[in-house]
Design a protein around this ligand. Sequence first.
Ligand SMILES: C[S@@+](CC[C@H](N)C(=O)[O-])C[C@H]1O[C@@H](n2cnc3c(N)ncnc32)[C@H](O)[C@@H]1O
Length: 334
Amino acid sequence: MAFTYFFRDRQTLDLIAECVIPALKRHMYIHIWDAGCAMGPEPYSLAIVLRENMGPFLFRNARILATDIDESGDFGETIRRGVYGERGVERIPAELLERYFTRLAEPGPHGEPRHQIAPELRKAVEYQQHDLLTLRPPRDGFGLIVCKNVLLHFTPEERVAVIKMFHAALAPGGFLVTEQTQKLPAGLGGMFEQVSSAGQVWRKIGNLECRIGNVESSIRNTDYAIRNIMTHEALRIQQDHAFSRVSDYTWFNLDAGGQRVGKVRVRIDSGTLTVYSLSIFPEFQGQGFAQQAIAAFQNQYAAIVADRVRPEAGGFWEKMRFTTDYLGNYTWQR
Ligand SMILES: C[S@@+](CC[C@H](N)C(=O)[O-])C[C@H]1O[C@@H](n2cnc3c(N)ncnc32)[C@H](O)[C@@H]1O
């Protein structure tokens, strides 16, 4: 088994901090999968970068599922204890080593110093034995999947199959990170877009086949270039590109029977849709269009937040199975 150590690929960790964490931070719960994690330095390095860039409050809702085929059967115990020798930790910047590790009084079997990772980080990392070639993900809805120095051991066909599994296991707009030398195989174009030319950080864009009402539509989903047409019962929901271009928000038009009946203003990030305003024009109110719009979004997104709801509108969101956070927002999760 290859020796692996903390902060093995600093450049990619920096890219994750810069390009991925700002998007993940907008979610209430953050699920990350480190596939082929070995003995733990990689998921714990990720945990350090997340904790540094999220702060203690948000970090409490982050979970890193670390998996490996682990033929020895002892990765789980090693990761749970979180104790590593001097060689494993020597690339960690001194201030982070100081902040997130305790040097144990008792040295290792060869007299070398040993360091234990902080309980706060150990709590965030859960280990599970898992063979990627089963092509069954341990769960889905991940905001980020990291798989480094593993795919190179597979055949080209296996690599394509595993990456397709990652695509299916990611939440809409979720991220996939591989090692610098692992380019995505040809034939997967249209499933991911490269986030930065500085590294192998990819974002799921879809070709999600989505059945909403009776209409099947092909949806490409990214934060900034969303091409969406949804329908639900009588309602057709389509992005207003002109409005979205000049606004900080994504806007949708609600059309029924050839007439514009309202507009929705949202932000879309990974699996979460945040609704900032939903307005049905006065002459079309009371015909169920607001419910149809939210039902269409519920078909497509795993989580929806209704931002700062007026007190008199709370009943509408409760009817749509949202729950209040008592701070004025309503949330719904699939
Ligand atoms: C070179 S190590 C990489 C460790 C870590 N990702 C890193 O880059 O530091 C490769 C890891 O992939 C794991 N692995 C190999 N085949 C696998 C499979 N079919 N499913 C899951 N993990 C696998 C190995 O057990 C090993 O821990």
